[in-house]
Design a protein. Structure first.
Length: 154
DNA sequence: GCCAACGTTGGC
DNA sequence: GCCAACGTTGGC
């Protein structure tokens, strides 16, 4: 089993939206590295740290898991969508996304500030300078530290 | 295939 | 709203 961190802007789609939807296709990712993680490396049951970015207090807000392996991201074919990609065809899709399922909100929000203060988390990609990747791998230890520190474990 | 210009991300 | 860092684009 693998562990991942997904960034999302809470005003656009936060953990509460996911809680309401229960499951959602993680569409709209238009970065090749992030796409490759989803398409090539994710399996059903992989755990996800749901991170709120570009907001007043950024940090990890909840937990989710991969509920369906990667499939073509339908928004790339949709002329109405802001994620429409004229170079993508159904025969040769360019973008893929997994589906994620809500697990829980963290009892206590694990802020970026807290991540920075924990030396056991200093290697997380989220802390590395200029890292803008919206999906990054996380180690099992890192995942468990955050889950344990944020209320009851899973 | 180089690289300058441009757009985006995201913490502060 | 600033700006550093980075990815993408497109002319050559």
């Amino acid at each position: 089993m693998k562990y991942w961190l997904f960034k999302s802007e809470p005003e656009t789609y936060g953990i509460s939206h996911l809680e309401k939807d229960c499951i959602t296709p993680w569409s709209g990712v238009r970065n090749y590295q992030a796409r490759n993680f989803m398409r090539d490396d994710m399996s059903i049951g992989d755990k996800i740290l749901f991170y709120h970015s570009n907001t007043k207090i950024p940090g990890i807000a909840g937990l989710a898991e991969v509920s369906k392996v990667a499939e073509p991201d339908l928004t790339q074919f949709d002329h109405e969508s802001e994620y429409y990609d004229e170079k993508a065809t159904k025969a040769h899709p360019r973008w893929f996304c997994v589906e994620m399922a809500f697990l829980k909100k963290l009892k206590s929000f694990y802020s970026l500030e807290k991540i920075k203060k924990n030396s056991a988390l200093e290697e997380m990609r989220i802390l590395q300078k200029g890292n803008r990747l919206s999906i990054t791998p996380v180690s099992k230890d890192e995942y468990q530290i955050i889950v344990k520190a944020s209320g009851k474990g899973l």
